[in-house]
Every structure is written in structure tokens, then in C-alpha cells.
Design a protein around this ligand. Structure first.
Ligand code: XMP
Length: 319
């Protein structure tokens, strides 16, 4: 649109004037905000931008490859892909408490990102896809009640001790404006309309300890759920939809064999801003085919349940 085109022009000018011949580093997650920020910076300063993508092993199936092929091959961006699965898994070993998981995942991310950024010469700037509501929320929730419920402020979550100046080109924008901007910059619809995905990723969708076996189960089940939701044309109507792997086993039967396997829960919600949410009234047929496919195709899951809780008093995520 006309307004977004002029927003891009102005931002590009401003970024160039600020950065000069220095270099900028950005943590690319594949979410809408960091993706749009990366594209905007790339448009302004090209290869003076290095985007760091950390594969923490807690991503959805095919996620890392998708992000890499889009930004590296399609947009020809300068990307550093860091394989850090083992590091995250090792740090999470034996940890069951959700808040401890979040802290550990956040800390390891900072360590990994930090050491990667050190390798880039002449980096003066750290770019982030902070939006206007993030700025407001991190101020008002400072010490407030929502701050203690879950420690998921993405703002300021990146290395402080690195002496870099912050660039936040989206900090005056709302989410719908970021989507328009993304479209203007050529980001595919599939990325623009993506459901939010939490920073700690699948790590907080496995209740209890995170192990590579449990991750593999969850990834498969989650991919099936998304496939079915998209095929039924429900993706755009939902705020989020995902699978949670429970550390519970139940008895089942396959052929003439008794099974004793894991239970998976499906969560699908509608919402405007994640502050409140309602469980989605998905058609029973759709729920049925999701459950059938997960149970038949994922060895290790023999029962699927649907979460019919609203927020509040429940939260969207289970941890
Ligand atoms: P809850 O579960 O609190 O989630 O109703 C509200 C929204 O926030 C997302 N969420 C997170 N995002 N790091 C994030 O970046 C986190 O630790 C985190 N926890 C929850 C959740 O997916 C939902 O969109």
C-alpha cells in the first residue's frame, strides 16, 4: 500500500543514516516480527546485516529448513545458522518446572547468540523486531502481576553485556501494520499469517522433562495437527493451535496388542490479543480426523484429548 511504501522509504533512509558503514546483528526466529525487521534492514543495508538463526531443537517440524530456504536462498540474506540442539537439551536435562525451563532456554539462547555475534567483526548494532505493544507491556508489567505469571517478555531478552546499540525499526507499529509491512517487503502469506509461537517453543509443550524422544513424538503430532487444520481451512480463523505432550500413559489396543503409550492434548483457541482466549469450536469431524491420524501415525501416542478451557482462568499454553 501507499503508506507502507513510504514507511519503508523513510525507515530505509533512517537506518542507513544511523548505521553508516557499521554492521548490525539480528536474532531471526522465523516469527512475523523478526522476519519483517530482518527484511526491512536487509533492504536498507544489505549484507551489513547478519541474521543469526538458532536451532534450539525446540522448533516445529521442518521449521529451521523453511526459514533458511526463505531468507538465505530466496532473499539472499546473510544468515548464520547455529546448530545448538545438544546444548539446549543438555541444559534442560532433568528439568520439569516450567519457569525453570523458560529461564534455561532464555539463558542458553543468550549464550549461543552472544558467542555467535562475537564472531562478526565491527558489529555496533543489535536489531530487534520489537512492536509498540511490546514496548508498552514491558513497561507496565514491570513487577506487576502479569510479570509473575509467566516470564515471557521478549523485550530486552537479548544480551545486555554486549556493548551494542539497539535498533528497533518496528517499535511504533502494531501487529496488523507489521503484517502489511511484511507484505510490502515480499514476505510470503504463509509467514505473515503465522500463529504466534513461544520463544521456549516445544520446550513448554512437553509437560515435564524435555527429551529428544518426546520432542520427536510432539513434532510429528504437531505437524499432523497443522496439516489437518490448514486443509480444513481453519488456520486463519484460529489464534493458535498446537499439541501438548503429556507425561502420562494410558492403555490402548492396536490389532490384538495391548499398548501403553503417551497421551497428547490438542489446544486450539480463538483470541484477539492473547489476553483472553476461547477454546475453538472445531467441527467434531475435524477433531476426529486429527485424533485418528495422530494415533495411527505417531508410534508412542495412543490417546488424544481436546482442551476445552478458556483464558482466563486457564492460559493458552499448558506451562
Ligand atoms: P498464555 O499461555 O500466557 O500465553 O495464555 C499467551 C501468549 O503468549 C505466548 N507465550 C509465550 N511467548 N515466550 C513467548 O515468546 C513464552 O515463554 C511464552 N509463554 C506463552 C503464548 O503462546 C500465547 O500466544
Amino acid at each position: 500500500s501507499w503508506t507502507m511504501a513510504s514507511f519503508v522509504r523513510n525507515s530505509v533512509e533512517e537506518i542507513r543514516a544511523t548505521v553508516g558503514d557499521r554492521r548490525v546483528v539480528l536474532g531471526l526466529s522465523g516469527g512475523v516480527d523478526s522476519s519483517v525487521a530482518a527484511l526491512l534492514l536487509h533492504q536498507a543495508i544489505g549484507n551489513q546485516l547478519t541474521s543469526v538463526f538458532v536451532d534450539n531443537g525446540l522448533l516445529r517440524q521442518g521449521e529451521a529448513e523453511k526459514v533458511l530456504s526463505l531468507f538465505k536462498r530466496h532473499f539472499r540474506m546473510n544468515i548464520r545458522f547455529v546448530r545448538a540442539r545438544a546444548q539446549f537439551l543438555a541444559a534442560l536435562k532433568g528439568v520439569e518446572d516450567p519457569e525453570r525451563k523458560r529461564k534455561i532456554i532464555g539463558r542458553v539462547f543468550v549464550e549461543v547468540f552472544d558467542s555467535e555475534a562475537q564472531k562478526i567483526r565491527d558489529v555496533d548494532y543489535l536489531a530487534q523486531g520489537t512492536l509498540y505493544p511490546d514496548v508498552i507491556e514491558s513497561r507496565s508489567a514491570f513487577g506487576g502481576p502479569s510479570a509473575v505469571i509467566k516470564s515471557h517478555h521478549n523485550v530486552g531478552g537479548l544480551p545486555r553485556r554486549m556493548k551494542m546499540k539497539l535498533i528497533e525499526p518496528l517499535k511504533h507499529l502494531f501487529k496488523d501494520e507489521v503484517r502489511l509491512l511484511g507484505r510490502e517487503l515480499g514476505l510470503p502469506d504463509e509467514m505473515i499469517w503465522r500463529h504466534p509461537f513461544p520463544g521456549p517453543g516445544l520446550g513448554i509443550r512437553i509437560i515435564g522433562e524435555v527429551t529428544s524422544r518426546r520432542l520427536a513424538l510432539l513434532r510429528k503430532a504437531d505437524a499432523i495437527l497443522l496439516e489437518e487444520i490448514k486443509a480444513a481451512d481453519y488456520y486463519r480463523r484460529l489464534w493458535q493451535s498446537f499439541v501438548i505432550l503429556l507425561p502420562l500413559k494410558s492403555v490402548g489396543i492396536m490389532g490384538d496388542q495391548r499398548t501403553y503409550e503417551n497421551i497428547a492434548a490438542i489446544r486450539a483457541v480463538t483470541s484477539d490479543d492473547a489476553m483472553t482466549a476461547d477454546w475453538a469450536r472445531l467441527p467434531h469431524e475435524l477433531l476426529g480426523s486429527i485424533a485418528n491420524r495422530i494415533i495411527n501415525e505417531v508410534r508412542g501416542i495412543n490417546r488424544v484429548v481436546y482442551d476445552i478451557s478458556s483464558k482466563p482462568p486457564s492460559t493458552i499454553e499448558w506451562e
